[in-house]
Design a protein around this ligand. Structure first.
Ligand code: BDR
Ligand code: CA
Length: 308
């Protein structure tokens, strides 16, 4: 499977990147970075650092440094100031490519028709790429989006999940396009999908550099989630979406197609993914909404990535 990943690399993104980079059947042809969890400079550095940990020379391109219209409001409060839990990781030894992320996205989609685009952050780069090169929409085989909540509780406002909230106008554009979107909402990544304390200990016991990295760089996010919702599970939204991207047939246990539209104007519900579950609008379905996953299979994939 050829894959292009767009990411605002912070702690859970890093785990998702490693899952793809270490998977024998996934060929990651490019990674583009976007501002979101932290600044573009930090998300790019974190993507390069993660690639290096995986021994990967995948090209990394820095894209948009801010949302289309609204002010950037990063999630350093959740992931740590550097996005990787402030563990003091050293700088990566290589830099991002010179080409900018939006043009790289266009060129890599054109050069790899039918590939899977996985978005792990705000949709700014994808919206800009579509606006500049509308032909790319038909060239994407699958577009797996970590974002939104299917009419469930949000994590950054009561109504919205962070990635779609951060750049609601970009999200609205992307969801209104003909991209073949598979939406992995925040609710799919919670509860049983999170690693309970025993499962976290089992991951640690693998005692590989990546197992330690997965847990350490997510330690701040873990504490933030515990403060927010009281959970003792390590929730990993981007890896959950990556598992769907890599092995949909075995990972997804329930999905359904619906019309989904993103709210961009309201302050109260900015970035909300409004899913027409009962087809009350009569609008044609535009999104495959992932409703449930096989959490054991997901956790097995995490362990396999950590072992590599
Ligand atoms: C999403 O927002 C970010 O904080 C995470 O990296 C993930 O992509 C979860 O809402
Ligand atoms: Ca992310």
């Amino acid at each position: 499977m050829r894959m292009i990943i767009d990411t605002d690399t912070a702690s859970d993104d890093a785990v998702a990147l490693a899952m793809a980079l270490n998977h024998a059947e996934v060929d990651v042809v490019a990674m583009t970075t976007v501002a979101g969890n932290c600044s573009l400079e930090d998300t790019t550095r974190n993507a390069l650092y993660t690639a290096e940990l995986c021994g990967s020379a995948v090209p990394v391109y820095a894209g948009a440094d801010r949302p289309l219209l609204v002010k950037a409001r990063p999630a350093t409060w959740f992931h740590g100031m550097d996005g990787l839990g402030d563990q003091g990781y050293p700088p990566p030894s290589r830099s991002a490519e010179e080409e900018d992320g939006v043009s790289a996205l266009i060129n890599h989609i054109r050069g790899n028709p039918g590939s899977t685009l996985v978005t792990l952050g705000p949709l700014t780069n994808v919206a800009l790429a579509m606006a500049q090169a509308p032909d790319i929409v038909d060239l994407v085989g699958r577009c797996v989006v970590m974002g939104g909540t299917a009419n469930k509780v949000g994590n950054v406002t009561p109504a919205a999940e962070f990635n779609l909230w951060f750049d609601p106008h970009a999200a609205r554009m992307v969801f209104a396009s003909d991209l073949p979107i598979e939406m992995v909402g925040w609710e799919v990544c919670r509860g049983e999908a999170g690693l309970d304390p025993t499962e976290q200990a089992a991951l640690r016991a693998l005692d590989t550099p990546l197992a330690h990295f997965f847990l350490d760089c997510n330690s701040t996010a873990f504490e933030s989630a515990r403060r927010q919702s009281g959970t003792d599970r390590l929730e990993l939204p981007d890896p959950t979406a990556m598992a769907v991207a890599i092995d949909r047939d075995r990972v997804v246990t329930s999905s359904s197609r619906h019309y989904v539209e993103i709210e961009a104007e309201s302050q109260l519900t900015r970035g909300m993914s409004v899913v027409d579950s009962l087809d009350v609008t009569g609008s044609p379905a535009n999104v495959e909404v992932i409703n449930a996953i096989d959490t054991d299979r997901f956790k097995q994939m995490l362990s396999e990535a950590a072992a590599g």
